[in-house]
Design a protein. Structure first.
Length: 166
């Protein structure tokens, strides 16, 4: 059986880097904003909704405001609610974003925060914490939830399985 690291390397060699979290690098270069802010904001907006709805909310922030935690801190809650409305649960998510924007002030906090600390922040659950730490914080580890622990990959006619260690 392959180790998870061996499986990762096999997939990386075969498919190449995938850029799992889509970030609008051009936007951030033009605006001088931090791409990690987009990841943090997107991680909250994607809770209980489809990604296409999150994309609409992110576009609203870019078009009518700014896709940054600084903007989230400064904008009124009512205006933020309207901008993120397509993501659903917009009143709750606006409150969460305001709280999270204060926690990540400055954004560099994401590189030093632990998962345990992040889970204490209102509005951040396990999946959201993991996404933020992995994609914005550059974490080299990811805890795998029970729903995701069996991975089977077929390559060159051979099936590889990785299972949760007991």
């Amino acid at each position: 059986m392959l180790s998870l690291v061996q499986l990762y390397q096999l997939l990386l060699d075969f498919y190449g880097y995938q850029g799992w979290w889509p970030v609008d690098e051009g936007y951030h270069a033009t605006k001088g904003t931090d791409p990690r802010d987009e990841i943090i904001i997107g991680a909250v907006l994607t809770q209980n909704t489809a990604w296409r709805n999150v994309e609409k909310a992110l576009e609203n922030l870019k078009r009518y405001g700014e896709l940054s935690l600084e903007f989230i801190r400064q904008v009124s809650t009512k205006e933020l609610e309207e901008l993120i409305r397509p993501s659903g649960f917009y009143r709750l998510k606006a409150q969460r974003l305001k709280h999270i924007a204060e926690f990540f002030n400055p954004t560099d906090v994401v590189e030093k925060v632990s998962r345990e600390e992040l889970l204490k922040v209102k509005g951040i659950g396990k999946e959201t914490a993991d996404a933020i730490l992995l994609y914005a914080g550059g974490a080299k580890q990811l805890l795998i939830s029970v729903q995701k622990y069996i991975i089977a990959v077929q390559h060159d006619g051979e099936t590889f399985e990785c299972k949760k260690e007991e």
